[in-house]
Design a protein around this ligand. Structure first.
Ligand code: SF4
Length: 292
């Protein structure tokens, strides 16, 4: 059994990957809706710790084909450490086909284009980036740490390096006050990046999230399932993408959607309109406990 510093998170699509913690926690760790790494102090593992981790893991799981590098933004590691890690992974796991990683926008901005390209050349395939929102007001409010323009630069930089990009946004993040702004501005930022994969999560506020206190004080009102769907419709309608695989099938979502954008946009909007016309759906209340 591998030893982990819990809690450990991975994207749903990495369910068959071996997870290696090369960093602990999240270097930003300030987003007000997120509790994932609040119990951890951010730390980068040293090359010697990573070397030992790879050696021990390779003995037990030598036939591994996919590896996911955790924690919250392992891309924050120095480029040289990541290059050494990738070289060691491909030589220690002979069947390895894919290495993916979580990266924050600041991690991408802090690396040069040449550094990102060298990571791609050493076998880093896929980066998971949390965009969350494209609205400046919302990004500031949730303390994401970057502006919409910086988010676009980060996403484009990763893509221009030849890395596959999987981006997530959070439906309902602007609450009732900013839902339209959230849908339209987020669609603009995502369209400027044109990620390979795009997922919608839906806002759930867990104990310890600073945003939960705001909600309890009535300063933010969460969207009902019907309102989330209405926001999603406007978001998808505004997106201008090409060949992007879109999914809304995370455990936080009220609805499941799956399509290729823009190619299947019209059919998807039609499906959403059918859901929106359901009177039962319109009466459903907010459920902030749906992930318990
Ligand atoms: S949302 Fe991502 S960047 Fe923000 S605190 Fe959580 S893990 Fe860190």
């Amino acid at each position: 059994m591998l030893e982990f510093d819990y809690p450990v998170y991975r994207p749903p699509s990495e369910s068959y990957s071996l997870i290696l913690q090369v960093s602990i926690g999240c270097s930003h760790n300030a987003c007000t809706f997120c509790t994932m790494y609040k119990s951890k102090r951010y730390r980068q593992k040293t090359w010697s710790e990573i070397q030992q981790l790879i050696a021990e893991t390779a003995k037990k799981y030598s036939r591994t084909r996919r590896i996911f590098l955790a924690d919250g933004d392992a891309l924050s590691l120095p480029t040289q450490t990541l290059i050494q890690t990738l070289e060691s992974l491909y030589s220690s796991f002979p069947s390895l086909e894919r290495v993916s990683i979580y990266g924050g926008p600041k991690d991408a901005l802090n690396k040069t284009a040449a550094e990102l390209k060298s990571l791609k050349e050493k076998g880093l395939n896929l980066v998971f980036l949390g965009i969350e929102s494209g609205s400046n007001i919302i990004l500031k409010e949730v303390k994401k740490g970057v502006s919409p323009q910086e988010m676009i630069e980060a996403g484009q930089k990763l893509k221009n390096a030849g890395l596959k990009l999987s981006a997530t946004v959070i439906s309902g993040l602007g609450g009732k006050m900013h839902w339209e702004k959230h849908a339209i501005e987020t669609a603009k930022v995502v369209s400027a990046i044109n990620p390979d994969y795009l997922a919608s999560l839906t806002l759930v506020l867990q104990d310890g999230a600073p945003m939960l206190e705001k909600m309890e004080r009535g300063e933010i009102q969460m969207l009902t399932p019907w309102e989330v769907l209405k926001e999603t419709r406007l978001y998808i309608e505004t997106l201008e993408l090409s060949g992007c695989t879109y999914r809304s099938n995370h455990v936080s979502n009220y609805f499941s959607l799956s399509c290729v954008l823009n190619e299947e946009k019209e059919a998807t909007l039609k499906k959403i309109d059918q859901y929106l016309a359901d009177p039962h759906l319109k009466s459903l209340p907010v459920d902030n406990n749906r992930m318990l």
